[in-house]
Design a protein around this ligand. Structure first.
Ligand code: COA
Length: 332
């Protein structure tokens, strides 16, 4: 039998810490409003001009080291981001060049906050079917370059941060129990515009104008209440369904690593699931929402802090723009 296991994890966040008080200098907001509504105290921002592929390469190097792989051991790259360095080509090829692994395939995943979970399911399918034995999966975001850093953009500007996480995934027989178990992926495109950036885009003609920048459509737009309402339902639903697919229950879980969207969402999900606080990972206070990077950063931290050990049952779950949502269940 062919299964997939995590051989190594790594993450990288830029050193520049931006506190809620720093944002108070740029827009009409307050540390208290941000902390109470989201749980965020600070986030990391890159120095201007640093793209997502650069953070992704740092995280990838850390994951390769953890796995004991050379870059040339990687047979395929999957890169999840909503903040690519360039409109095209995607970050996968930029990462490939940065790591010096010419010619292997590189796939970009555009599933926003659910990008890492979608990426993991794709990699698992490739490995199980025998196409590759060793794949590098990266989630990386540089949001700071694309936020509207004034009062008009405050409803989203205070939420997001920069960072990257990576995992090395390899084939296993699964005999020692360490393997990815299953994934459930969902989307509902009727809500596509509820959390979106509307331009640049081919639905516009021309696809970008100065007016689009001036009227804010080149920056994130979010219907926060709609996102909240769906997230608190979809997270527990998909966690329960992926557990049921393996005839497991919430009591079997050692750790849930939810996409770090918002502490209030995480807390509502935890209560609906009825699991102890110690079983739900949270680091949003220090990084904010890092979209496709949030789960691999949290996983990498949890592994290095000893909160995830070999054999533990871990559920990775995400909800975000699209709307998209999904969960991956694994024995670490
Ligand atoms: N600082 C201060 N005030 C702010 C603000 C900020 N950064 N952003 C918005 N406000 C104001 C609003 O303008 C509004 O003012 P008004 O009452 O005078 O109109 C007030 O705060 C309340 O806004 P509202 O949008 O109703 O707040 P809320 O209680 O719904 O909380 C969110 C807003 C965004 C925190 C909340 O909707 C949420 O958590 N949504 C999910 C967001 C999320 O997780 N997105 C990522 C998903 S991947």
């Amino acid at each position: 039998m062919r299964f997939t296991r995590i051989a190594g994890t790594g993450h990288h966040v830029p050193p520049r810490v931006v506190t809620n008080h720093d944002l108070e200098q740029l827009m009409d907001t307050s540390d208290e409003w941000i902390r109470e509504r989201t749980g965020i105290r600070e986030r990391r921002f890159v120095e201007p001009g640093t793209g997502s592929s650069v953070l992704g390469a740092e995280a990838a190097r850390a994951a390769l080291k953890d796995a004991g792989w050379k870059p040339t051991d990687v047979q395929f790259i999957v890169f999840a981001t909503v903040s690519p360095d360039l409109y095209f080509p995607g970050c996968g090829v930029l990462l490939q060049a940065a790591l010096g692994i010419p010619e292997i395939g590189a796939l970009d995943v555009r599933n926003q906050c659910t990008g890492f979970v979608y990426g993991l399911a794709v990699v698992d399918a490739f490995i199980r079917m025998g196409m590759y034995d060793r794949v590098l999966l990266v989630g990386s975001e540089v949001h700071s370059a694309g936020l509207q850093m004034n009062t008009a953009g405050r409803d989203t500007a205070v939420l997001f941060g920069d960072g990257a996480g990576a995992v090395c995934l390899e084939v296993t027989t699964g005999e020692d129990g360490s393997r990815l178990l299953w994934h459930h992926l969902h989307a509902d495109g009727r809500f596509a515009r509820e959390l979106s950036i509307l331009s640049p885009g081919s639905a516009n003609s021309p696809w970008i104008t100065k007016e689009m920048v001036d009227d804010g459509s080149a920056f994130p737009h979010m219907n926060g209440r709609e996102v909240f309402k769906h997230a608190v339902t979809r997270f527990p639903e998909v966690i329960e369904s992926v557990l049921a697919s393996q005839k497991l229950s919430r009591d079997d879980l050692d750790l849930v690593i939810p996409h770090q969207a918002n502490e209030r969402i995480t807390e509502a999900v935890r209560k609906r699931l009825g699991v102890d606080e110690s079983k739900v990972y949270s680091n949003i206070a220090k990084y904010g929402n890092t979209t496709a990077a949030s789960i691999p950063i949290a996983l990498s931290e949890a592994v290095s802090d000893g909160k995830v050990k070999r054999g533990n049952l871990v559920c990775l779950a995400a909800f975000g723009s699209g709307f998209t949502w999904g969960a991956s269940l694994l024995r670490y």
